[in-house]
Design a protein. Structure first.
Lengths: 196, 196, 196, 196
């Protein structure tokens, strides 16, 4: 089974998810700067989720870059990942509407955690097809970021019940970990590309 | 007529359908776990429809994989399928808003039945072009799942009037029938691919 | 300028337009068949617009099939067409919400007319690049459907003020004119394709 | 890293942005021409934003046309551009809902300015990879439009506090500057294309 349509479909879903979140941004009540400022928490939650979905698109892109064929199981592992990502706009909206209340902030972390697990499972099904000597296996390597993220999510969820802002801080840290470019991965991909 | 733009357009519509359903998920009233729990029926209806649209994307992908050219009639048969799929978010919303009342659950089954019939018609128009000795005809074979599904939908619609949960059970069974991987189909497709 | 990204972008916009209309379908008030039946006018307006946007996708597909390169002017002519198509969900909603009142039915016809004119202009900019001996010019030929449609739209808009259902009948006739397959066009395209 | 998926993803997001704005168009209150006329400011704001997003799609298309590979930094510079564009529907809605009040009109200009800066940054990251002798560097040239636009946006934002319509006029002028075709750019691109 070719990977092209899988990539196209995933791109479509992720592009829609990153965009429809803007439909949840409520118009400020009034036409003043202070009315806009009241929407700041909503805007910041939007920024965080926008960055997260951007990271997933980016990682998905890298993950499939070296893969050639996709099994039926990978197809459903991919749908499973898209399912959890599809809950991000819903949970972002709940979190910002309740002004970052404890339970919604924890639920946000749970959705992020589930998406991370889904990504890990998808990676596993692709690795099983590609084998341990594949470019993909080399590119993933020890997968330190992939293993660190769930730990930080669980920590964030737990800390939310101490202070919800500690939870948010954990989620922001995970985003930053992924945003900072990873020279190793790009090096492996570049050398794999130049082998062709 | 090339199949590429048909695939791209169908992928686009299906990606949007699977994603906009999340816009129908209402925010919980309040910021507690129990407020989230009250949204559980809505979430489960969402999961069911998400899986169904995922199945259609998957089957559509397989159906067109071996096809080379598409006739004008197939194009409209494809639009007809997309039409019924486009009603899934609407009917899912009605079903979950009415807490799975009898008529909406039956109407949900009718939309699923109509989509299955539309898929069958699309398959027929493609088969007419490809011929009985084509890879497509071999891949479809006796089409046991395709013939079983409408029977189960009709059973589900009928049983809904006895007990609406029996209807839901039928729809879940059809989803599971399609979710379980079908080794025969993949075998045929793989061997067809390796012939190239 | 390559036509691929233009096709991809147009497909994206048209796929979204055909799909978001379903967001305007209001849930029936209640959970009975009669509650669903009250939504019938809305559903029929949805069907008509779904078919119209499907026709535009189909024609757009055919129009660009034989074109190789796209000028800057064609790009904006294409955006102009997408603009009018983007008003279809809005005007469909208005028409069905007002139970097919006179002015909204006329306005619906005006949007359809503007889209037809925009399609005609786009066709013109493409023809200017391709030349009178191109496959495109042969495929379009005398463009009887393209010339008949605006006449029928104007008739429909005028007749709406006599009886709004006469307007709807005109719009349905135009849709049927396009839906019925056109053997000449397919013949030309097929023979052009087999020349490659 | 290949540019194809970046183009596809950006096309997806931009297609969705240009389309979902129509969801913000409110139905006229009533079924008369005057009810429709009351929606005229909303419609004009929609037209302006539709044209702006069309311009960005067009420029994005040109920008990436001559580029071969995309760095990790360009990927995030692209996400950054998409972020600001994603706020256009939100800010358009605020502006039209408040009947073009001073602060929303200024905020609209700020979002346009931020998008222009993001485009400039994206262009810079691409130029760094391509080098000063690349087709891209030649195509961009002195980038007069790109340098004029931010100046006009800042002027527009400032003039909004004198008279909000002066701000709108400035934004319309920028749109016209980009809409008028630029023969130099097309010439360079055409000659680059014929070198292949």
């Amino acid at each position: 089974m070719s990977k092209n349509r899988l990539e196209a479909f995933s791109d479509g879903v992720i592009a829609i998810l990153i965009t429809i979140m803007v439909l949840e941004l409520h118009k400020p009540d009034g036409s003043s700067w202070s009315a806009l400022r009241q929407q700041l928490p909503t805007l910041l939650a939007y920024v965080l989720s926008f960055v997260y979905i951007g990271i997933y698109w980016n990682n998905h892109h890298h993950l499939l870059a070296t893969v050639r064929r996709v099994s039926g199981v990978s197809l459903w592992a991919n749908q499973h990942l898209l399912f959890w990502l599809s809950l991000v706009p819903f949970i972002t909206d709940w979190m910002s509407e309740t002004d970052f209340a404890v339970v919604p902030v924890a639920a946000y972390g749970i959705v992020l955690l589930a998406a991370a697990v889904a990504f890990f499972l998808l990676q596993g099904t692709l690795l099983r097809v590609e084998g341990p000597d594949s470019t993909l296996a080399t590119a993933i390597g020890r997968d330190r970021k992939g293993k660190l993220s769930p730990v930080l999510y669980v920590t964030g969820i737990a800390l939310t019940f101490v202070d919800r802002w500690l939870g948010i801080v954990c989620y922001v840290i995970v985003a930053l970990v992924w945003l900072v470019p990873d020279p190793r991965l790009e090096r492996v991909l570049t050398s794999a590309g130049s082998d062709d």
